[in-house]
Write a protein of this length. Structure first.
Length: 242
């Protein structure tokens, strides 16, 4: 299990701990998917993927159906994805993925968080290159031979596969998402969840006091309703102790 696995394990523990926030973010994903490809998951592969993630997060079926119905309302404004880049204190690079219906509000809020925490909001491209943009899938393990599956998927972009108690995990470059999703569906593998992530190429360890300063900024960003994901190059002291 490589760098992406360790990164994902640490992030998920924090992300899924705040269930209401998770549902809000998934609701936005549904809206954007429906606006892009329509309300029918049979013909909208992006919506299918979001619904799988909703189920993986134990989002109630009624919530999912309400979000799809709400997204189908043409009077509802569109959410726009905007990526913010900057530095937290002590040289920690930060990427912030947002989905907002009011870009001016989002820009103002994100800038204020960096300013309050002695960070610096950078320009486009200033830190994005420090992260690998990947996609990953989790499928149900029904006695599947991992070596055979790797041979089946390697031509579609799969780079790393492994098993754990949650199923079989498949990592690939961002641009391979559509090809792998289609192939998994063609082979009737049950996709439990899928998502995009940005994995830091190099992380930096700080002392306890410095780490607390960085986490102050990360928490402010993560608590903002317009923020979908926060990625950074801070090496958690908890992962070192594990």
């Amino acid at each position: 299990m490589g760098r992406a696995f360790e990164f994902r394990k640490e992030r998920k523990m924090k992300r899924w701990s705040a269930m209401s926030k998770t549902f809000t973010r998934l609701g936005k994903d549904i809206v954007m998917a429906v606006k892009e490809g329509g309300p029918d998951p049979e013909t909208n592969s992006k919506l299918r993927a979001v619904i799988q993630n909703c189920k993986a997060a134990n989002m109630p079926k009624d919530n999912i159906e309400r979000a799809i119905k709400r997204a189908s309302d043409k009077s509802l404004g569109d959410y726009k994805n905007v990526l913010f880049e900057g530095y937290a204190p002590h040289g920690i690079a930060v990427l912030v993925e947002t989905a907002s219906d009011n870009n001016n509000r989002t820009v103002a809020n994100v800038r204020s968080y960096f300013n309050k925490c002695n960070g610096n909001l950078g320009t486009s491209g200033s830190v994005e290159f420090m992260f690998d943009h990947i996609c990953n899938f989790r499928i149900k393990d029904e006695g599947i031979d991992l070596d055979d599956l790797e041979l089946e998927l390697i031509d579609f972009g799969a780079e790393e596969l492994f098993k754990d108690e949650d199923g079989i995990h498949i990592d690939a470059p961002f641009e391979s998402f559509g090809r792998i999703q289609k192939e998994l569906e063609n082979r009737n593998y049950e996709i439990l969840s899928s998502e995009f992530e940005r994995v830091p190429q190099v992380t930096k360890q700080l002392n306890t006091e410095q780490e607390a300063e960085v986490n102050k900024l990360l928490d402010l960003l993560d608590d903002d309703d317009d923020v979908q994901n926060v990625y950074h190059t801070l090496q958690s002291s908890k992962s070192e102790d594990a």
